[in-house]
Design a protein around this ligand. Sequence first.
Ligand code: ADP
Ligand code: MG
Length: 803
Amino acid sequence: SSLPSSSAPPISAPPPATPAVYVSVNRSGVVQSSRLSLPILSEEHSIIAAVKENPVVIICGETGSGKTTQVPQFLYESGHTLLGAESGKRSIIGITEPRRVAAVSMATRVGYEMDLPSSQVSYQIRYEGTVSQKTEIKFMTDGVLLKEIEKDFLLSNYSVLIIDEAHERSVYSDILIGLLSRIVPLRNKSERPLKLIIMSATLRVKDFTENHVLFPTPPPVVKVESRQFPVTVHFNRVTPLNYVLAAYRKVCKIHSSLPGGHILVFLTGRQEILQLVKKLEATFPSSSLRPPGTREEEEEEYKDLCLENRDKLGERERRKDSYVNLDDYPILSEDVLANDSSCSDHSDSDSNEEAEFISVSNSNQPLVVLPLYSTLEPEEQAKVFGSDVMAVSSRVCIVATNVAETSITIPNVKYVVDTGKVKRKYYDSVTGVSTLKVDWVSKASANQRAGRAGRTEPGHCYRLYSSAVFQNNFIEFSEPDVTQQPVDGLVLQMKAMNIIKVINFPFPTPPSKEALKAAEDLLVHLGAIDSERLAITSVGRTMASLPVSPSFAKMISLSHQNGCLPYMVILVSALSVREIFQNEIDKKWTIKGEGRLLGDLMVLLGAVQGYERALNRNEYCKMRGLRIKAMDEIRKLRRQLTNTINGISGKGDLSLDPNLALPTSEQVKVLRQLVLAGSPNKVARKIDTSRMNVEEKKKYHYGYECQLTDSPVYLPSSSSLCLSSPLPQFVVFQELHETTRLYMRNVSVIEAEWLPWLLPARCVFSDPLEDPLPTFNTSSGRVYCHMKYSFGSWQLGVQSFPY
Ligand code: ADP
Ligand code: MG
């Protein structure tokens, strides 16, 4: 790292007794001159004055204008870390970032600019940090600050909090703003006031300024004028199906035919990024920053690439009309960039590309290729900012997720290659299950991405989609995450912070009342909050401390019985990873034996355990049709969950033993019961076909009814339960998936008798007095009474309960 670790902190003298306290900073000449070119420097005085006079201030400025690196320095120099120093209290300037990578890199950069060690300008992300007793400026992820509020509601260690990247409207930063809107007035009644600064890369801040529930007095907005060079935007004529391959070709073309300048490519996730990086490294000699992939690895990657894109084809087919090429004439996208942006048409017929591809493969101009995504190892991330690589190499190609869209400024980018894609979370209001889907970004995001090319000189942005697709299929702005996600996890977390009436919480954009109510219903059924839907229960507290959805957390928190915990951790990890099998349809054959007749979860468990025990894991995956990468992912999740659980229990007795014995039949039964306990509204009952005619019998053979939907749900042919005859009467599923019909996924067999025991909150019981008298059971010595019960709208019969 570039931090001078041994330099002495420059503030040794106590603050002078004059009202205005200033702290001096030793900046190098290089740093000082590069700072002076930042647009935000001319706003220093107005920012400090606004903060002095107002409890809440909003700062808007284009990405790269200097908000994240400079505002903490302005505050530091104007004495904000000294507030309350007499009382012996530390006063930290805190900055929250939605992404870990930004928290780490910004702390490093600001430390370097100020010539202060990482113990003073520190970061804290979930599992690691450099925070010390001396910390004065602290970058952290928004989740970290949220946890701190749980422990110290008044955040008494801080004098200023900056919520950075507020335009992204991440759920956590929205909640932080809501919470801080209440904390700031409380602190301002005390000796040590707290200031709140909201920073945004766009001017769209009316959700903060015009929301009187949030801020009764609208906070002032300081605007930073941006300096931007013109960027020429080129649309593709056609929208390619395989955007990773299209990006590869575009980079090849730029590198071989256009003048120097770094390239920034936007993709959607780690896997795609690594594929493209490998492929580029194999094509071009690099300055050997990393050894090029071996041939087998490359082939493996290429297969993956094909596989992934084949999977995506289905969705594309459905949306075929959006791929019809309407643009023989390029359309100028308005407000892409200031000044004289122009737009040229870039012909990209596939046959041309193929020819170029071949000629480029022979090119031997060096190209340094660097990946950039949130979970990247810090040393790898550092290369992107390391002045050595970026300055020495004539051409660097950075392949990034939308982390490079606004939160990180990469120096000297001249060409942007935009696939127009982003991985977005979708929330299915029917099932309550969220899925990650690759989708188009918003127009606002696409324009932000284009803007990355014009920071230091005029640049070019190549959009790998047609202007018709841009005009017709891109939404204007993304909706705030809070309206796009299931809120059960969020509501549970808020209850854990003793925010009882979630409906009254000052969200910048509130989730719908229905969504909040559905979340509270689920939490009541899970026993995480009391039946008045107010306070959190002790089970709820345990659940809130686990980094998985409340349903999964419930399953885990009950799993101490019968030694089920290690199995449940495997199951929850496996359920959190998508597409474990090469071919879904074959998965029911993955494990042998009767276990699979109890459901798909037993198949999952068997597959993971088999993989762990296998002498040759790759061979095992091949034989059983498992995806190696998915199994690897499960392993990581399992390790993370195991560490968290050991941390909570304080015992550290949960292990990752690869030779974990197979579960006993009793354990398998308990596991199915626990899964049911965590899935209160995902129970389905076989449709009675006995009185149907032949045709209907056939139609409804695999049909079930469930209380979430009016239409029947079906057992998919990939489910191991299709092997059993007769089909089970009652099942619990994890997800509903809609294709030609509504299909259940990850289905397990359950017994109707378990419902009143495991999901009492969803059952209605008859008055025992109406029924026959209590009976005495001689073998157990207990008295039982018989009660009728129903589950939701299903009358289920009579069962005996202890009297
Ligand atoms: P904003 O938050 O407004 O997007 P930043 O404060 O992140 O802007 O960045 C301001 C400028 O600081 C950038 O234009 C870039 O030139 C420079 N910068 C930021 N981080 C680094 C770094 N790690 N190395 C070199 N320059 C950097
Ligand atoms: Mg920033």
